[in-house]
Design a protein around this ligand. Structure first.
Ligand SMILES: NC(=O)c1ccc[n+]([C@@H]2O[C@H](COP(=O)([O-])OP(=O)(O)OC[C@H]3O[C@@H](n4cnc5c(N)ncnc54)[C@H](OP(=O)(O)O)[C@@H]3O)[C@@H](O)[C@H]2O)c1
Length: 248
C-alpha cells in the first residue's frame, strides 16, 4: 500500500508518516511544491491523507483541489485531518474544516474523517522553558491528545477495514486544563494577553477556548488504537527530562 500525505512535511504529517511506516506502509510526504503538479504527485498512490496548512486562507479550496486531483488520477481512498468541533461559527478556521468535511463526504471517494483535539505537544515548548503562558483561561477543559496517538489512529483507519464513511472525534483519555498539564509537569501556567499582531482567527480561537475550552471525547481514539491512549503523564514522561519541566 502507498499513501500520499498532503502536508506530509509538517509536524502532523511527519507523525502520520512515521506511524504509517511503522505499519509497513510506503508513504509519499508532500509539501507545497506538490501543488505545482498535484495529479503527478498523487498518481500511483492507493490513498491520500489530507492535512491542510495551519490557518490556510481558503481550506475548502485547498481540499477541493486535492479531491479533484485524487479523483482524476484514480486514487479512490481519502482520509481528511479535520479538527475537534469543526462546526463552530465563532472560529472561522474551524468552519473552514466543517465545510471541507462536507466536500470530502460528497467527493465520491472512500472517505474517513479524523477530528483531533489540540495536541499535548503544543504545550511542550513552554514546559521545556518552564514558562507555560497561554492567551486564554488556564482552567477551561480540553480533550488534549498525544499527536503520536492521532498519527497511529490515522494509520489504523487507512490500513484497517470498516472505516469508510466514518468520522472519528479524537480526544485524549481525560479532559484536562492547561493548569492540569502544568501541574503534572511540576510547574504552573499563566494566562497572558494575546499579542497585538495575532491572526484574527487565532484571537477568535483564544476567545472561544477562554469561554468553552475544547472538550473532546476519548472513546473513539481508544477503540481505534485498541489500547488506552497516552495520558498527560505518559506524554510528559516521554518528552521531558524525567517527566518534569525545566524550572528549578
Ligand atoms: N496543532 C494542533 O493541536 C492541531 C489539532 C487539530 C488539527 N490541527 C490541524 O493540523 C493541520 C496541520 O498542522 P501542522 O502543525 O502539522 O502544520 P505544519 O507543521 O505547519 O505543516 C504544514 C504543511 O502544509 C504545507 N504547506 C504550507 N503552506 C502551504 C501552501 N500554501 N500550500 C500547500 N501546502 C502548504 C507545508 O509544506 P512545506 O514543507 O512545503 O512548507 C507542510 O507540509 C492544520 O490544518 C491544523 O489546523 C492541528
Amino acid at each position: 500500500m502507498k499513501v500520499a500525505i498532503l502536508g506530509g512535511s509538517g509536524k502532523t504529517g511527519r507523525a502520520v508518516g512515521a506511524a504509517l511506516a511503522q505499519a509497513g506502509v510506503a508513504t509519499r510526504p508532500l509539501g507545497r511544491a506538490a501543488f505545482d503538479d498535484l495529479p503527478a504527485a498523487l498518481a500511483g498512490a492507493d490513498a491520500v491523507h489530507v492535512i491542510a496548512p495551519n490557518l490556510h486562507p481558503d481550506e475548502p479550496a485547498y481540499v477541493a483541489t486535492v479531491l479533484a486531483a485524487a479523483t482524476g488520477v484514480g486514487v479512490g481512498r481519502v482520509s481528511y485531518h479535520s479538527v475537534a468541533s469543526p462546526y463552530v461559527p465563532a472560529m472561522p478556521h474551524h468552519l473552514g474544516k466543517a465545510e471541507s468535511e462536507d466536500l470530502v463526504r460528497r467527493s465520491g471517494l472512500d472517505w474517513t474523517i479524523l477530528q483531533p483535539c489540540a495536541y499535548l505537544q503544543n504545550l511542550l515548548p513552554g514546559l521545556r522553558t518552564g514558562t507555560l503562558d497561554v492567551p486564554y483561561s488556564v482552567d477551561t477543559l480540553f480533550g488534549m491528545v498525544d499527536l503520536r496517538d492521532v498519527a497511529a489512529a490515522t494509520a489504523a483507519v487507512l490500513t484497517g477495514a470498516g472505516h469508510v464513511g466514518a468520522t472519528y472525534e479524537l480526544g485524549g483519555p481525560a479532559l484536562v486544563s492547561v493548569a492540569d498539564v502544568a501541574a503534572a509537569a511540576g510547574t504552573t501556567a499563566r494566562r497572558i494577553p494575546a499579542g497585538a499582531d495575532v491572526h484574527p482567527w487565532l484571537r477568535a480561537m483564544f476567545d472561544y477556548y477562554d469561554a468553552h475550552g475544547l472538550p473532546t471525547g476519548g472513546v473513539p481514539l481508544a477503540a481505534l488504537l485498541g489500547r488506552r491512549p497516552a495520558s498527560v503523564a505518559d506524554v510528559l514522561a516521554r518528552e521531558l527530562p524525567a517527566g518534569r519541566c525545566c524550572q528549578p
